[in-house]
Design a protein around this ligand. Structure first.
Ligand SMILES: NC(=O)c1ccc[n+]([C@@H]2O[C@H](COP(=O)([O-])OP(=O)(O)OC[C@H]3O[C@@H](n4cnc5c(N)ncnc54)[C@H](O)[C@@H]3O)[C@@H](O)[C@H]2O)c1
Length: 330
């Protein structure tokens, strides 16, 4: 099988590529990534001499490039996206280009070429839920510009499924953590700052709840959707692991044997959703997906990975570790 993975130099895409190539000898992967925020060539440097892997620097909104690449493959897994909510508050335009135009470019081509597409989406499309949990039938209610662009991509994909019977599957996942995540996100940022004994900024009162999943468990879900999923379906992916931010930061400090005095509450970001929650019974029942790692073990493994990869720790610039990145002006 020849697979086109987009956004494969980022956090989840790189973990997915490593996992698929590790588990399958007969899969060839082409990775198209524009090397934007979140990307890191070092994430896949071990594959540089692999016969089953090649990399093209390019943008998924480039129709000609995507036509050429999709012609050579059997299926596309679209991880490519502008993924930093804070930055979408600062400037939403790149989010429209990558997350809507880019996804649409792939969608239109795979429909004409009759190929399969897996679109990687997010629980953020459902917006903040004070109670209850979102199923595949729950109405979208995105709050941030990022979430709105991901929801928009889903809507155009659904319209193509209905109108053209396109072979598209959407997976929607909760917050991922694990190795290779860009330093600006909560867990790596906390690990790196704690390691350097620097203050750890927490938005607002730190009570915002996210549902955390180890990245390998998410990659398993994407792989099941790719190989066994039913066209036109969407699958929610949740590990049922809802925790607030302050609890996570305290757990990391505890594992790293650091003082809670490092915690510093800072101004909350605008429109900060209070809680996300999703039900993932459908993928568990229909595709037999289940998580493999509990949160404690996953967190310990993640912390160890960052400590074992000091070049990533040292590369974290002060801009990345800024306490209010949504205020960065372009
Ligand atoms: N991280 C999470 O917790 C999470 C949860 C649910 C869904 N998702 C979704 O999973 C996907 C991957 O997220 P991530 O955390 O790995 O993000 P990331 O920011 O680490 O990686 C995104 C990658 O996409 C590339 N990219 C962006 N726009 C591109 C374009 N127009 N053309 C080509 N490449 C482009 C970037 O260069 C980067 O390498 C995204 O679609 C995101 O919306 C992420």
């Amino acid at each position: 099988m020849r697979l086109l993975v987009t956004g494969g130099l980022g956090f989840i895409g790189s973990n997915f590529i490593l996992k698929i190539l590790n588990e399958n000898n007969d899969v060839h992967i082409t990775n198209v990534d524009a090397e934007l925020d979140g990307s890191n060539r070092k994430n896949l440097q071990n594959l540089e001499n692999s016969n089953n892997y090649e990399f093209f620097k390019g943008n998924i909104s480039n129709k000609k490039l995507m036509e050429e690449q999709i012609t050579k493959c059997d299926a596309v897994v679209n991880f490519a996206a502008e993924s930093f909510v804070d930055r979408s508050i600062n400037d939403a335009n790149p989010f429209l280009v990558s997350n809507i135009r880019g996804a649409f470019t792939i969608l239109d081509i795979i429909t004409k070429q009759k190929k399969r597409m897996i679109q990687i989406s997010t629980d953020e499309v459902f917006g903040s839920l004070s109670t209850g949990t979102a199923t595949e039938q729950t109405k979208f209610n995105p709050s941030s510009p990022y979430a709105a662009t991901k929801a928009a991509a889903e809507l155009i994909i659904n319209s193509y499924s209905t109108t053209f019977d396109s072979d598209v599957i959407i997976t929607r996942c909760t917050n991922n953590y694990g190795p290779r995540q860009f330093a600006e996100k909560l867990i790596p940022k906390t690990i790196m700052l704690a390691y350097q004994n620097k203050k750890i900024p927490i938005y607002g009162n730190g009570k915002n709840v996210r549902d955390w999943i180890y990245v390998d468990d998410h990659c398993d879900a994407v792989s099941l959707a790719l190989f066994n999923g039913k066209k036109g379906e969407s699958y929610n992916v949740s590990a049922y692991n809802e925790i607030n931010n302050i609890t996570i930061v305290k757990k990391i400090l505890d594992i790293m044997d650091k003082s809670e005095d490092l915690i510093e509450f800072v101004e909350d970001r605008p429109g900060h959703d209070f809680r996300y929650s999703m039900d993932s019974q459908k993928i568990s029942t229909e595709l037999k997906w289940k998580t493999k790692l509990n949160f404690k073990d996953g967190l310990e493994k993640t912390i160890q990975w960052y400590i074992d990869n000091p070049e990533i720790m040292n590369n974290s610039s002060s801009t990345i570790l800024n306490s209010t990145p949504w205020k960065i002006s372009n």
